[in-house]
Write a protein that binds this ligand. Sequence first.
Ligand code: BGC
Ligand code: ZN
Length: 367
Amino acid sequence: MKAIAVKPGTPNSVHLRDIPLPNFQDIPDGKGVRIKVLKVGVDATDREINDALYGNPPPGDDYLVLGHECFGKVIDVGPNVRRVKPGDYVTATVRRPGGSIYDRIGTYDMTSEETYYERGINLLHGYLTEEFVDHEDYIVRVPEGLKHLHVLMEPMSCAAKAIQQAFECQRRMRVWSPQRAFVLGAGQIGLLSTLILKLRGLDVYTLARAPGPHLKSEIVAGFEANYVATQETSLTDLAAKVGKADLIVDATGSSQLAFEAMQALGHNGALVWTSITGGQRKIEVPSDKINIEWVLGNKLLLGSVNANREHFELGIRDLALGEVMYPGVTSRILTSPVEGLDNYEEMMRLLVEDKDALKVYVNVSEE
Ligand code: BGC
Ligand code: ZN
């Protein structure tokens, strides 16, 4: 069957190749699920993998099948599968467990091992192919009423985890009740974080470079949040105007902005970093100022990566609530479809060059 793959370590090696059809009976305990891939989203991580900045092939292979944001339909299940049945719409988690205690209790997103296994990213093949099989533990059902949001399940799971982790950590404050959030970046994670925080009742300011009106600013407004163009109002100006934030989510993809965010956080607040920055950038930071403010304000910096099944389920619930609160807004993120695996060059072109593409995804098969 066809697959879109790269040669990790070789820049711009994206190509179409033929790979063997997997067999769901190879999955142990009769718990295998066979899935027909309908759609797969791509993001900045795929771009970094194709730039040879990130990612590794499975042991023994010199290629890596790309794609970690999948949406598909179950076509067959092993005898002991109970979570899903043929015909169900599903997505799949990205990470697979290693050997740490966290991996063994289903929180593989929190592995304490250096090596991590992620489908389509690191050491495991991804979903940009016609079919895949996996253990039912990693397959998450998508309600039929959300199928129009298809490839957003995985990015939503990462946003859901990031925010859930911040709330978990802030239980240290005993009475934390955040009023104001800044979301840095209006890509998919920024916009989905905006939605989640609005559903939690916060005043949300979502920052990106260019002044609106444009799609990003309209989506932010659609979620009843405030769009702030940093070309007009810097983060520092915003904090001076409305006050520092109780919670900041950085999803800019820029380590420089992630550090700048440290100066816009209020006392007892939490800053969550979500960007994967595979480069080698270095910047100068006012370290004494940040250090003292951070200590005197009991501030928290939290990194958040990946998501386990619980976060997928949480994210799916918030997407459903989002459809009721803000009908038709979230699907506007899904800007840029590509028809078929054969069009992998167009997929990469949109991902790299099209600044207006909020979400590039491949329509792999019809149902
Ligand atoms: C994926 C996550 C993954 C992270 C680090 C992101 O693009 O969405 O699932 O953990 O990259 O590899
Ligand atoms: Zn991703």
